[in-house]
Design a protein around this ligand. Structure first.
Ligand code: PFF
Length: 440
């Protein structure tokens, strides 16, 4: 019988760039540099890398293992491997978390597109430093404008997903990710040439061992989960599209390295510039949408710097929205049992996410609740489910499901992976969860 050609990535590098694009997002650009700078700089970076190796990498690998083994999208991957409908809830849980996350994430992506548009039209040229703060408040509360700015990335993401994975996601990731890295290198060189930039480098990279406290470790662990987008099963769907010859261990390591490189580069761009012009290194949306536009205006070639920076932000956000939406698109096709094709599914998902985004825009409390629900319940339960499924269930069900390799260091990976997924990852998730509830 002739086999139907599987929809998937046609090259290893395509999958690596798409998965790294899924991980690289606003968290790398506005969250990592600030949290690192505030919590011991270089010492934070070391603790963060340890967290990445101890539980970021094992969780990332387990999502790929589930996807590559089942060859199914997130929704039915667990039940396919286990052969039991009892595991359907975990796939459903991940897809629910992704769906709600999309409403929230497209609002923030809309802010990025709005700022890119304003940079291109040079609207910031006449604004004074104080004006940027009022401007962000005005923009984020202008509902029709936010709706338009959020719909644009939804349409762009839907257009990419309209095509098969190798023609849409893969082709675009091969263009966008190198572009993102190139813009970052250019901007880093440019910023490091500014007088007074060394204070920013000191803020980011100084070693303060005394700052290694349980609280800082919790922050590094939380940042690792967020930055690698763990707990949503995003990479299960990408794993299902993985070429069969692709090695999960090296692929996951490369993704982790790329994600960390982008976070560190973002810090090298942002803080030297902020310090060189004497601004306050604020956190989160405030840093990116109020402080940085003002900083960029002070630089020579301000128009170009501003356009480059917001292009970078839009690319980082888009590569994440593509992976989020693909999980839902693939799951709808799967659940419909082939009655709905990719195009129907893109239209349905686009409709659902537009409604969710509109709810977040018209009712700001929905935006806040979604954020809280995701970080306190949906993501931790998803991540715990994935680690327990691969750590306890899969090796017993079929001992060869965890990748083996003839290379020595990779052989050691297998027992490490099982141990980490059984004990380290669940313990870390429970500790982060309790910390979030204020138990400590
Ligand atoms: N990993 C993304 C970032 O660092 O910005 C954040 C993220 C995107 C988390 C998408 C979860 C997600 F589904």
């Amino acid at each position: 019988m002739e086999q139907k050609k599987q929809n998937g990535f046609s090259s290893k590098v395509g999958l690596i760039l798409a998965a790294a694009g899924s991980a690289v997002g606003l968290g790398n650009i506005w969250k990592f540099p600030y949290v690192a700078g505030e919590n011991g700089g270089g010492a934070f970076l070391i603790v963060y890398l340890i967290c990445v190796l101890l539980f970021g990498l094992p969780l990332l690998m387990s999502e790929f293992i589930i996807g590559k083994t089942s060859k199914k999208p997130t929704i039915s991957a667990f039940s396919t491997i286990s052969g039991s409908k009892g595991w359907l809830w975990l796939g459903g849980w991940c897809v629910l978390a992704v769906t709600l996350m999309m409403g929230f994430y497209f609002v923030v992506t809309g802010w990025c597109f709005n700022y890119l548009f304003e940079s291109v039209t040079n609207s910031f040229a006449t604004m004074d430093t104080a004006g940027f703060s009022a401007h962000f408040d005005a923009i984020s509360s202008s509902k029709p404008r936010m709706l338009l700015c959020g719909l644009l990335p939804i349409i762009l993401t839907g257009t990419v997903l309209w095509f098969d994975v190798n023609k849409g996601i893969e082709r675009l990731s091969k263009i966008l990710m190198p572009m993102l890295l190139l813009i970052m290198f250019l901007m880093a060189v440019r910023v490091l040439m500014l007088e007074g930039s060394s204070a920013g480098m000191r803020f980011l990279f100084r070693f303060e061992w005394s700052q290694i406290t349980p609280e800082m470790i919790m922050k590094a662990a939380g940042q690792c989960f967020f930055s690698l987008s763990l707990g949503l099963g995003l990479l299960i769907t990408y794993g299902a599209y993985m070429p069969s010859v692709q090695d999960i261990t090296s692929t996951s390591l490369q993704i982790v390295v790329l994600d960390t490189l982008v976070a560190v580069l973002a810090g090298i761009i942002i803080f030297p510039a902020v310090f060189a012009f004497g601004f306050n290194p604020a956190e989160g949306p405030e840093l990116v949408f109020e402080v940085l536009p003002a900083v960029l205006q002070k630089m020579s070639l301000s128009w170009l710097s501003s356009v480059l920076f917001f292009t970078l932000l839009c690319i980082a956000a888009l590569t994440s929205t593509i992976s989020l939406m693909e999980v839902v698109v693939a799951s709808i096709c799967e659940v419909s049992g082939g009655r709905l094709n990719r195009h129907h599914s893109v239209l349905i998902t686009g409709g659902i996410v537009s409604v969710l985004m509109a709810l977040c825009i018209f009712f700001p409390q929905v935006f806040t609740w979604t954020d809280i629900l995701e970080t306190t319940i949906l993501l931790p339960v998803g991540a715990l489910g994935v680690s327990l499924f691969v750590g306890w269930f899969m090796p017993m069900k079929n001992k060869d499901l965890v990748p083996r390799s003839d290379k020595r260091w990779k052989t050691l990976m297998r027992p490490f992976l099982v141990f980490a997924l059984r004990w380290i990852v669940p313990a870390a998730i429970i500790l982060i969860f309790l910390n979030g509830q204020g138990v400590f």
